[in-house]
Design a protein around this ligand. Structure first.
Ligand SMILES: O=P(O)(O)OC[C@H]1O[C@H](OP(=O)(O)OP(=O)(O)O)[C@H](O)[C@@H]1O
Ligand code: HPA
Length: 171
Protein backbone atom coordinates (compact mmCIF):
# COMPACT_ATOMS: atom_id res chain seq x y z
CA UNK A 1 0.00 0.00 0.00
CA UNK A 2 1.33 3.40 -1.03
CA UNK A 3 0.36 6.63 0.77
CA UNK A 4 -1.04 9.26 -1.59
CA UNK A 5 -2.24 11.85 0.95
CA UNK A 6 -1.57 11.94 4.68
CA UNK A 7 -4.01 12.66 7.49
CA UNK A 8 -2.63 16.20 7.85
CA UNK A 9 -2.92 16.93 4.14
CA UNK A 10 -6.49 15.64 4.16
CA UNK A 11 -7.47 17.75 7.18
CA UNK A 12 -6.02 20.91 5.62
CA UNK A 13 -7.72 20.33 2.29
CA UNK A 14 -11.10 19.67 3.89
CA UNK A 15 -10.83 22.83 5.94
CA UNK A 16 -10.19 24.85 2.75
CA UNK A 17 -13.10 23.17 0.93
CA UNK A 18 -15.44 23.85 3.84
CA UNK A 19 -14.43 27.52 3.93
CA UNK A 20 -15.29 27.82 0.24
CA UNK A 21 -18.64 26.03 0.63
CA UNK A 22 -19.65 28.03 3.69
CA UNK A 23 -18.99 31.19 1.69
CA UNK A 24 -20.75 30.08 -1.52
CA UNK A 25 -23.72 27.89 -0.60
CA UNK A 26 -27.06 29.12 0.76
CA UNK A 27 -27.55 28.79 4.54
CA UNK A 28 -30.25 26.11 4.24
CA UNK A 29 -28.47 23.69 1.90
CA UNK A 30 -28.81 19.93 2.33
CA UNK A 31 -25.64 17.84 2.65
CA UNK A 32 -26.30 14.47 0.98
CA UNK A 33 -23.52 11.89 1.41
CA UNK A 34 -23.54 8.78 -0.78
CA UNK A 35 -23.17 5.72 1.42
CA UNK A 36 -21.20 3.75 2.07
CA UNK A 37 -17.87 5.25 1.04
CA UNK A 38 -18.59 8.92 1.76
CA UNK A 39 -19.45 8.57 5.45
CA UNK A 40 -15.97 9.42 6.75
CA UNK A 41 -15.40 12.34 4.41
CA UNK A 42 -18.91 13.65 5.13
CA UNK A 43 -18.36 13.51 8.90
CA UNK A 44 -15.13 15.51 8.68
CA UNK A 45 -16.59 17.90 6.12
CA UNK A 46 -19.71 18.52 8.24
CA UNK A 47 -17.61 19.46 11.28
CA UNK A 48 -15.33 21.67 9.18
CA UNK A 49 -18.43 23.38 7.76
CA UNK A 50 -19.69 24.01 11.27
CA UNK A 51 -16.37 25.61 12.24
CA UNK A 52 -16.81 27.89 9.23
CA UNK A 53 -20.34 28.90 10.26
CA UNK A 54 -22.43 26.54 8.09
CA UNK A 55 -24.93 24.17 9.71
CA UNK A 56 -26.63 22.14 6.93
CA UNK A 57 -29.29 19.46 7.24
CA UNK A 58 -27.94 15.99 6.42
CA UNK A 59 -29.66 13.15 4.58
CA UNK A 60 -28.09 9.98 3.17
CA UNK A 61 -28.61 8.05 -0.02
CA UNK A 62 -26.98 4.66 -0.61
CA UNK A 63 -25.83 3.52 -4.04
CA UNK A 64 -23.84 0.48 -5.09
CA UNK A 65 -22.18 -0.58 -8.34
CA UNK A 66 -18.87 -2.25 -7.44
CA UNK A 67 -19.83 -4.91 -4.89
CA UNK A 68 -16.55 -6.55 -3.86
CA UNK A 69 -14.87 -5.92 -7.22
CA UNK A 70 -12.26 -3.37 -8.31
CA UNK A 71 -14.17 -2.50 -11.47
CA UNK A 72 -17.65 -1.04 -11.85
CA UNK A 73 -20.43 -3.50 -12.71
CA UNK A 74 -21.81 -0.76 -14.95
CA UNK A 75 -25.13 -0.76 -13.13
CA UNK A 76 -25.88 1.56 -10.20
CA UNK A 77 -28.35 0.15 -7.68
CA UNK A 78 -30.26 2.33 -5.23
CA UNK A 79 -29.96 0.64 -1.80
CA UNK A 80 -31.37 3.48 0.30
CA UNK A 81 -33.40 6.43 -0.92
CA UNK A 82 -33.37 9.92 0.58
CA UNK A 83 -35.52 10.27 3.68
CA UNK A 84 -36.50 13.90 3.18
CA UNK A 85 -38.28 15.86 0.47
CA UNK A 86 -35.68 17.62 -1.63
CA UNK A 87 -38.03 19.64 -3.82
CA UNK A 88 -36.97 23.26 -4.02
CA UNK A 89 -33.74 22.73 -2.06
CA UNK A 90 -30.07 23.26 -2.81
CA UNK A 91 -28.44 19.83 -2.43
CA UNK A 92 -24.72 19.17 -2.06
CA UNK A 93 -24.21 15.56 -3.16
CA UNK A 94 -21.02 14.26 -1.53
CA UNK A 95 -19.09 11.15 -2.56
CA UNK A 96 -15.70 9.72 -1.65
CA UNK A 97 -14.46 8.92 -5.16
CA UNK A 98 -15.37 9.81 -8.72
CA UNK A 99 -14.19 7.06 -11.03
CA UNK A 100 -16.43 6.20 -14.00
CA UNK A 101 -18.82 8.92 -12.80
CA UNK A 102 -21.81 6.57 -12.92
CA UNK A 103 -22.69 6.87 -9.23
CA UNK A 104 -22.70 10.67 -9.09
CA UNK A 105 -24.50 10.86 -12.44
CA UNK A 106 -27.20 8.56 -11.06
CA UNK A 107 -27.50 10.50 -7.77
CA UNK A 108 -27.61 13.86 -9.53
CA UNK A 109 -30.37 12.59 -11.84
CA UNK A 110 -32.45 11.44 -8.86
CA UNK A 111 -32.13 14.83 -7.19
CA UNK A 112 -33.01 16.74 -10.35
CA UNK A 113 -36.03 14.49 -11.00
CA UNK A 114 -37.35 15.37 -7.56
CA UNK A 115 -37.35 19.07 -8.30
CA UNK A 116 -34.35 20.33 -6.34
CA UNK A 117 -33.60 23.99 -6.91
CA UNK A 118 -29.90 23.33 -7.43
CA UNK A 119 -27.52 20.35 -7.23
CA UNK A 120 -23.83 20.79 -6.45
CA UNK A 121 -21.38 17.89 -6.67
CA UNK A 122 -18.54 17.35 -4.23
CA UNK A 123 -16.01 14.55 -4.29
CA UNK A 124 -13.12 13.80 -1.97
CA UNK A 125 -10.95 12.41 -4.76
CA UNK A 126 -11.37 12.44 -8.50
CA UNK A 127 -9.62 9.73 -10.48
CA UNK A 128 -8.24 10.91 -13.79
CA UNK A 129 -10.26 8.32 -15.67
CA UNK A 130 -11.80 8.82 -19.10
CA UNK A 131 -15.15 9.30 -17.39
CA UNK A 132 -18.01 7.31 -18.85
CA UNK A 133 -20.35 10.06 -17.69
CA UNK A 134 -19.28 13.62 -18.41
CA UNK A 135 -19.78 15.23 -15.01
CA UNK A 136 -18.73 18.61 -13.75
CA UNK A 137 -17.81 18.56 -10.06
CA UNK A 138 -18.13 21.79 -8.11
CA UNK A 139 -15.78 20.76 -5.31
CA UNK A 140 -12.85 18.33 -5.68
CA UNK A 141 -10.54 17.49 -2.79
CA UNK A 142 -7.75 15.63 -4.56
CA UNK A 143 -6.91 13.99 -7.85
CA UNK A 144 -5.51 10.48 -8.34
CA UNK A 145 -4.31 8.47 -11.30
CA UNK A 146 -6.81 6.27 -13.13
CA UNK A 147 -4.78 3.11 -12.49
CA UNK A 148 -4.57 3.63 -8.72
CA UNK A 149 -7.06 1.52 -6.78
CA UNK A 150 -7.79 3.81 -3.85
CA UNK A 151 -8.19 2.62 -0.28
CA UNK A 152 -8.75 4.29 3.08
CA UNK A 153 -10.65 7.36 4.20
CA UNK A 154 -13.92 5.52 3.55
CA UNK A 155 -12.81 3.66 0.42
CA UNK A 156 -12.75 -0.13 0.54
CA UNK A 157 -11.07 -3.05 -1.13
CA UNK A 158 -13.69 -5.81 -0.94
CA UNK A 159 -15.10 -4.32 2.27
CA UNK A 160 -11.77 -3.70 4.05
CA UNK A 161 -9.58 -0.64 4.68
CA UNK A 162 -12.37 1.94 5.01
CA UNK A 163 -10.98 2.94 8.43
CA UNK A 164 -7.45 3.64 7.22
CA UNK A 165 -7.12 7.34 8.13
CA UNK A 166 -5.08 8.32 5.07
CA UNK A 167 -5.65 7.93 1.33
CA UNK A 168 -3.65 5.09 -0.16
CA UNK A 169 -3.24 3.19 -3.38
CA UNK A 170 -3.48 -0.60 -3.18
CA UNK A 171 -1.41 -1.08 -6.35
O1 LIG B 1 -17.61 6.91 -10.29
P1 LIG B 1 -17.98 5.46 -10.04
O2 LIG B 1 -17.31 4.52 -11.01
O3 LIG B 1 -19.46 5.27 -9.98
O4 LIG B 1 -17.35 5.03 -8.65
C1 LIG B 1 -17.57 5.74 -7.46
C2 LIG B 1 -18.46 5.02 -6.50
O5 LIG B 1 -17.90 3.72 -6.21
C3 LIG B 1 -17.93 3.50 -4.82
O6 LIG B 1 -19.16 2.98 -4.43
P2 LIG B 1 -19.48 1.40 -4.38
O7 LIG B 1 -20.44 1.05 -5.45
O8 LIG B 1 -18.19 0.62 -4.31
O9 LIG B 1 -20.24 1.28 -3.00
P3 LIG B 1 -19.69 1.62 -1.52
O10 LIG B 1 -19.71 3.13 -1.41
O11 LIG B 1 -20.70 0.98 -0.64
O12 LIG B 1 -18.30 1.06 -1.37
C4 LIG B 1 -17.72 4.88 -4.25
O13 LIG B 1 -18.16 4.97 -2.92
C5 LIG B 1 -18.52 5.76 -5.18
O14 LIG B 1 -19.87 5.92 -4.78
O1 HPA C 1 -10.39 3.30 -6.58
C1 HPA C 1 -11.40 2.97 -5.93
N1 HPA C 1 -11.29 2.47 -4.66
C2 HPA C 1 -12.37 2.12 -3.92
N2 HPA C 1 -13.62 2.23 -4.36
C3 HPA C 1 -13.79 2.70 -5.61
N3 HPA C 1 -14.94 2.91 -6.28
C4 HPA C 1 -14.61 3.40 -7.46
N4 HPA C 1 -13.27 3.51 -7.59
C5 HPA C 1 -12.73 3.08 -6.42
Amino acid sequence: MRTLFTEDEIAQRIDAMAAEMARDLPKDFLLAPVLTGAFIFAADLLRALYRHGADPHVDFVQLSSYGGARASSGVVTLLKDFSVDIKGRTVLLVDDVLDTGRSLHFGKGMIEDRGAKDVKLCVFVKKLTGHAEDLKCDYIGFEAQADDFLVGYGMDDDGRKRGLPLLGSAN
